[in-house]
Design a protein around this ligand. Structure first.
Ligand SMILES: [Zn+2]
Ligand SMILES: [Zn+2]
Length: 221
């Protein structure tokens, strides 16, 4: 397996704090919403998808709304145009009396990417220097969900790499516990040192490791 686009995207995500796969999925979620608001308010294909789900799932409908409110470059009336169409469709189809909606296409897209990146992470871990890159980036830690999915796949491809991943993950967790301890100690009145940047990230990383990003709500519904 070569160092293709997947490899580079994973390496880039490992360079940022948190779970690399959760980070990739969050970025995809953000980009999809932006793309709709910037470019596709009047796109018939997108309209159809919005109609099918009566305006996306709850999470993505609110994200779209918040994004449009936050970014002065987007603003109104993009979401108003989209939701007028959805509302008219709901009335036309008699769905105002039975609130059953089709699948949200952004959720579908994220679930597909999730599968693809788990597969690619495992593949690249067995055939490139990916595990080394992961090990060397202290503030990158796979969440428990992604770790267990990747480990399962990797164990089937290459047992040695799976053992290596297990070792790396174990030592990342140990480092994290230490960092939390040291971080707490810097708040002691006898302490005269400030937390390191890794220690300052330790609470974020602990929650990331244990729970993953909220983008996982899309997958583990
Ligand atoms: Zn994750
Ligand atoms: Zn959704």
């Amino acid at each position: 397996m070569a160092r293709d686009l997947f490899y580079h995207e994973i390496v880039e995500a490992i360079g940022k704090p948190g779970c690399p796969i959760c980070n990739i999925l969050e970025k995809e979620e953000r980009n999809t919403l932006w793309d709709i608001l910037y470019e596709r308010v009047n796109d018939p294909g997108v309209r159809k998808k919005f109609r099918r789900s009566s305006g996306l799932c709850r999470r993505h409908a609110w994200r779209l709304y918040e994004l449009s409110r936050r970014d002065p470059l987007i603003g109104e009336p993009g979401p108003a145009i989209i939701y007028r169409d959805v509302l008219e469709t709901v009335v036309e189809r008699g769905l105002w009396e039975k609130p059953i909606d089709g699948e949200c296409f952004i959720c579908e897209r994220i679930s597909e990417s999730n599968e693809a990146f788990i597969e690619e992470f495992a593949g690249k871990a067995a055939s490139t220097d990916l595990l080394e890159v992961y090990e060397n980036n202290k503030s990158s830690i796979l969440c428990r969900y992604h770790y267990s999915m990747i480990l399962k796949k990797l164990a089937r491809i290459d047992k040695k790499s799976a053992d290596r991943l297990r070792e790396i993950q174990g030592s990342k967790i140990k480092d994290l516990i230490n960092a939390l301890k040291n971080f707490i100690e810097t708040y002691d009145y006898r302490s005269n040192r400030r937390p390191t940047s890794y220690e300052s990230l330790s609470t974020f990383l602990a929650i990331t490791y244990l729970k993953g990003s909220t983008v996982l709500d899309v997958i583990n519904k």
